[in-house]
Ligand binder design. Sequence first.
Ligand SMILES: [Zn+2]
Length: 70
Amino acid sequence: MLVAKPCTECGNDEHFSKEVAPGATGELLPVGSLHGAKYRIVVCGACGYTRWFVAERFLPLVREKFETLR
Ligand SMILES: [Zn+2]
């Protein structure tokens, strides 16, 4: 599970989270077989700063299909 950390923009610690699908035009990332993956967005309740995360259950696909950065 994601644990809310203080907002990197304003330091607020109240956040709202929801799992969402990419927009109707397709994927947010050019990720091939990740088509259909969902994202968890975390929105700061004070300033609205939004962070996007690939939903946890899709992370194995990311590990399989993406290059690892060291
Ligand atoms: Zn904020």
